[in-house]
Design a protein around this ligand. Structure first.
Ligand SMILES: NC(=O)c1ccc[n+]([C@@H]2O[C@H](COP(=O)([O-])OP(=O)(O)OC[C@H]3O[C@@H](n4cnc5c(N)ncnc54)[C@H](OP(=O)(O)O)[C@@H]3O)[C@@H](O)[C@H]2O)c1
Length: 290
């Protein structure tokens, strides 16, 4: 029997890299990155989907440079805002299922309790606005699409908070880290494993569960908590708590971005571990395999 085709974008990214391996038992993975499929080019997206004729499209590619997006808004909106809707239109045309990732940065962070999927969105920055545009494009296309909002992704490759803290920890005795922004750190592999598990249930089951879901580890952390957990109990470097006001960045960030994950858990029967447990697993794994 011919294996189904899975078109994957962002295959060199944190989540996409993990997915390229984890999705391969379920089909022939056509793994694309920015060199083979430019997500800012609508014609290239259409050609890629029509060429591969996938049964499943997994869009793990994105413009994720949150601060740079403030000055590259057009590019961020092309990649995060318009590309997802084009994938959804093309998926609908050929009866394919689409899996797409979005972010807690669609919210303004003024809540004090975990955000459910239907909480009002109000992005504070260009990146968040571009990702929200992407969600809306998918919804408008009416394809069988699973949109997974997640938060604070890290891993042992790429650019992320974990790797930045590890590098700075080797260089400095003290690190000043923001302690008044709360969210949930998520290891890219944990997210990719959950995504592969829902694919493993079969595409008809996935299509029947199309919708918007929050996918995240449990617990919550400030960036300060996360940094402290990364360096562990070592006396150096000291992790000094500071406020957002003391660490100005080009993009405003939500003060609170914890996502309520009950909808994903009840629909798919999957609950991710506490973020500290996932972090421990990540730190135990070796960079060579991650
Ligand atoms: N990172 C987070 O903290 C976070 C939090 C919440 C949600 N998410 C969402 O989760 C998903 C995966 O994120 P991630 O952390 O795995 O991101 P990532 O590591 O930045 O990976 C995204 C990939 O997309 C690629 N890309 C960027 N522009 C492109 C273009 N024009 N054409 C083709 N490829 C392009 C990037 O290539 P280059 O590296 O060459 O730019 C990168 O390999 C995204 O939808 C993101 O919005 C991420």
């Amino acid at each position: 029997m011919r294996r189904l085709t899975i078109l994957l974008t962002g295959a060199q990214g944190q989540i996409g890299f993990e997915l390229a391996r984890l999705l391969s038992p379920y089909g022939e993975v056509v793994a694309t990155d920015r060199t083979t499929l430019d997500l800012a080019d609508p014609d290239a997206i259409v050609a890629a989907v029509r060429g591969a004729r996938p049964a499943l499209v997994v869009n793990a590619g994105a413009y994720t440079a949150v601060d740079r997006a403030e000055t590259e808004a057009a590019l961020a909106h092309a990649v995060n805002g318009r590309a997802p809707g084009i994938f959804a239109e093309e998926a609908k045309r050929i009866g394919a299922v689409l899996i797409h990732f979005s972010t807690d940065y669609v919210f303004d962070g003024t809540r004090k309790a975990p955000y459910p999927e239907d909480a009002p969105t109000a992005p504070l920055n260009v990146y968040g606005a571009s990702k929200l545009e992407g969600e809306r494009g998918i919804a408008a296309a009416g394809a069988h699409a699973i949109v997974l909002r997640t938060s604070w992704v890290y891993g042992l490759r790429g650019r992320n908070f974990l790797l930045t803290i590890r590098r700075l920890a080797a260089e400095r005795d003290e690190l000043a880290i923001v302690a008044d922004q709360y969210g949930v750190p998520n290891w890219s592999r944990t997210l990719a494993e959950a995504t592969a598990r829902i694919v493993g249930a079969g595409l008809p089951a996935l299509a029947a569960r199309a919708g918007l879901y929050h996918l995240s580890c449990t617990g919550q952390a400030s960036w300060h908590d996360f940094a402290q957990a990364i360096v562990g109990a070592a006396p150096r470097p000291r992790i000094i708590p500071i406020s957002t006001a003391e660490y100005p960045t080009p993009a405003r960030r939500p003060a609170y971005g914890v996502l309520a994950t009950a909808h994903f858990a009840t629909t798919f029967g999957i609950v991710l571990p506490d973020w500290r447990e996932a972090l421990a697993s990540c730190l135990e794994s070796t960079a060579g395999t991650a």
